[in-house]
Write a protein that binds this ligand. Structure first.
Ligand code: KIV
Ligand code: ZN
Length: 384
């Protein structure tokens, strides 16, 4: 089995469904070009049948971005597949992503049909998409809550019909990591033609488990993972690209790699946040403002002795300039001394102790002490 995990970015499709985050075609081209620079393998550029704007975006992204595969979403109906194929006509490498509900909840309450009919429709859609493009991905919507035996039959049927990739989405973010990992394991063990397709992971974050579930699926043999920048997406979002990519990079013992140029992660995160009007929470893993900031005295002291004490990756690896020591009332003398030295001041122990007492008074009032405050502190200390 290959050790290369394909990164399928759906920021411009699943991510763009977030209210208030819609982009114009021109803006989508900017994001897609940055995703290409980041090194994603597949860009899901939109859902062409959904609107003329989405159709145009897939057309224009296909013309502008040549390296990654360009993918378009469709439901398992001919009109959607036709629109996806038409929108992808300029793509150097095109993929149609079609699919249908796979859980009994969806089968009964969304499609009002039976498992047998779902399989028939899935086979027909896959075969029809195959008449348009060679690369067809099939999604088994709500696979997270689907019956495993039926899910395996569905996967086997669409691979038999020519699907090159089969997506097992936890659409509602319901699964626990072991549960999701076991689902993927079961599929590998029970689908006889599994070697003919790549299994893809697509998780949502309703329980905050999207990244954990994605890693669990990859550990069981899935070799494509569907992600968005900053984890944006429906409700609580999708699996975030930066988390999965860095988890695989930090845990080298897994022996897995991606094609991501990780130094472009932070600039891409900033671009997407700004263009999609979605602020990144301060404590967001990898790309949040505090992801490389140290603020308590014990941590600052340990970090200044050796950054390995409190960092599992270098900020530069993800495109962040440097770690940050935030001076607050929780900071110790070591951090204060270090910052003063960076500003060109050095003090004997007794003078530093005195300055530290005054620093704490300022920190209690100001909460965060910046370089300007420190210079002022030094000036008043010298005047006394
Ligand atoms: O979450 C989901 O099931 C999806 C599919 C359309 C792939 O986004
Ligand atoms: Zn989704």
């Amino acid at each position: 089995m290959s050790n290369r995990v394909q990164i399928f970015d759906t920021t411009l499709r699943d991510g763009e469904q977030v209210p208030g985050s819609q982009l114009t075609t021109e803006e989508k081209i900017v994001v897609a070009t940055q995703l290409e620079k980041l090194g994603v393998d597949i860009i899901e550029a939109g859902f062409p049948v959904s609107s003329p704007g989405d159709f145009r975006s897939v057309v224009e992204i296909s013309k502008a971005v040549r390296e990654p595969i360009i993918c378009a979403l469709s439901r398992a109906v001919q009109g959607d597949i036709d629109a996806a194929a038409d929108a992808l006509q300029y793509a150097k490498r095109a993929r149609i992503h079609t699919g249908i509900g796979s859980s009994d909840i969806h089968i009964q309450h969304k499609f009002n049909t039976t498992r047998e009919k779902i399989i028939e429709r899935a086979i027909a859609a896959t075969k029809y998409a195959k008449t348009k493009v060679e690369d067809v991905e099939f999604y088994c919507e709500d696979a997270g809550r689907a019956d495993l035996v039926f899910l395996s039959q569905l996967v086997e049927a669409v691979i038999g019909a020519g699907a090159t990739v089969v997506n097992i989405p936890d659409t509602t973010g319901y699964c626990l990591p072991d549960e999701y990992g076991n689902k993927i394991k079961y599929i590998f063990e029970h689908v006889s033609n599994i070697h003919k397709a790549t299994i893809s992971i697509h998780c949502h974050n309703d329980l905050g488990l999207a990244t954990a579930n994605s890693i669990a699926g990859i550990n069981q043999g899935a070799r494509q993972v569907e992600v968005t920048i900053n984890g944006i997406g429906e409700r609580a979002g999708n699996t975030s690209l930066e988390e999965v990519v860095m988890a695989l990079k930090v845990h080298q013992e897994l022996g897995l790699e991606t094609g991501i140029n990780t130094q472009h992660i932070y600039p891409t995160s900033q671009l997407v946040s700004k263009m999609m009007r979605m602020p990144v929470q301060a404590n967001k893993a990898i790309v949040g403002r505090n992801a490389f900031a140290h603020s308590s005295g014990i941590h600052q002291d340990g970090f200044l002795k050796n950054n390995l004490n409190y960092e599992i990756m270098n900020p530069q690896d993800v495109g962040v300039d440097k770690s940050d020591i935030v001076l607050t009332a929780r900071s110790g003398r070591h951090a204060l001394k270090h910052r003063l030295e960076l500003l060109g001041f050095s003090f004997e122990k007794a003078a530093l102790d005195e300055l530290y007492t005054r620093f704490l008074e300022v920190a209690d009032i100001k909460k965060e002490v910046n370089d300007g405050d420190l210079v002022e502190l030094v000036r008043t200390a010298e005047a006394v």
